[in-house]
Design a binder for this molecule. Sequence first.
Ligand SMILES: NC(=O)c1ccc[n+]([C@@H]2O[C@H](COP(=O)([O-])OP(=O)(O)OC[C@H]3O[C@@H](n4cnc5c(N)ncnc54)[C@H](O)[C@@H]3O)[C@@H](O)[C@H]2O)c1
Length: 348
Amino acid sequence: MKNAAEPIRSIVVGMGGLTRSMLRSLTQKPWQEIAAVVDINPAALQRAADAYGLPEAALFRDLGAALQQTDADVALINTPSELHYSQAKAALLAGLSPLVAKPLTNNYANSCALVDLAAQQRLRLCVGQQMRYFRHYQVVAEFVAAGELGSIEQIFFFNAKPRHQAKNLAGFEQPVLWEMTCHHLDCLFGILPMLMPEAIFCDGFMPSWSVYDSACMINAVLRGQGGERLLYHAGYSAQSDCYGLRLEGSRGVLRCRGLHMSKDQMTYEFARRGESFAEIALARGRPPSQPWSRFFARWHEYLRGGEEPHFSGRKNLRVLAVIQAAIESLASGAYVDIADPLRQGNTA
Ligand SMILES: NC(=O)c1ccc[n+]([C@@H]2O[C@H](COP(=O)([O-])OP(=O)(O)OC[C@H]3O[C@@H](n4cnc5c(N)ncnc54)[C@H](O)[C@@H]3O)[C@@H](O)[C@H]2O)c1
């Protein structure tokens, strides 16, 4: 492990929207340094050079050249997901710890292979799963952990948005599961650490007004090993914002309503068993959170030898195993068992 006095030096790959949002937080951290940036688009490289004060020698159009010519510790891989596997593998083979945008890859077997390679190389593979650090998830997680709902046996999670332009998702297979569901599941596991997925039934469809090329609206039932049921809906072709979470436990129900998972505003209502709903101010006195700032603080601890976070590549395989089973269920029209990659120990 690197001496704590030395900065963590990064190669940043893909200078698009996600990188801009991450770097607003990361560049505030005194322990980091941007060593190089990579993008196939020269204009994006120039914008990065201007924004972060980088010399010409730190700008690359090819990851291989950047890996060869740069002394760095980590690679932030924020390119389209079909590139994640090959770029994360190249970084690992060059001795860097990759932080890969979600989804880790859009292929479960490739994600398992990356996790295994990281273990062999003794490097720290992570996935950019920051959403659970939003205040609206944190306060619900605390309410659940305090036992206010008792044993939670039914969960409703609905998040669909009116995104009526396919843009970067044109031609994308299973855009909802790979792009959205991976966030949703990670946040749900943050709220419900006891939920161990066992099987899933998944249906997908395209409304007549859809602009997507494959199922852009997903409805699923997930069964947990403890008998819990998650009723899940997500998609890109809603006619207006749809965002709700309802947790039904032995002691009562929590109902949360918002606009979208990335908007840190929610109303919370609680009904004790057999009673009516009343609003509760779960977030009172808590300022909105800055998810990337908290994420990077945790990532830094891990890079310096601290405890494995929820967003390690290995732990994130649980999310990807559910998505893999959902895709199989879409094809077969039946319930599909969900692998438990952490229990099976196929990852170190
Ligand atoms: N965690 C989050 O909240 C969040 C939010 C948005 C996007 N994402 C994820 O981040 C990833 C990137 O999304 P984005 O919105 O930043 O996309 P984007 O299109 O804005 O940026 C991607 C960048 O990658 C560059 N690029 C393409 N091919 C490349 C290559 N071979 N080598 C180097 N650079 C290359 C493009 O020129 C572009 O600048 C996706 O996996 C997406 O799912 C995560």
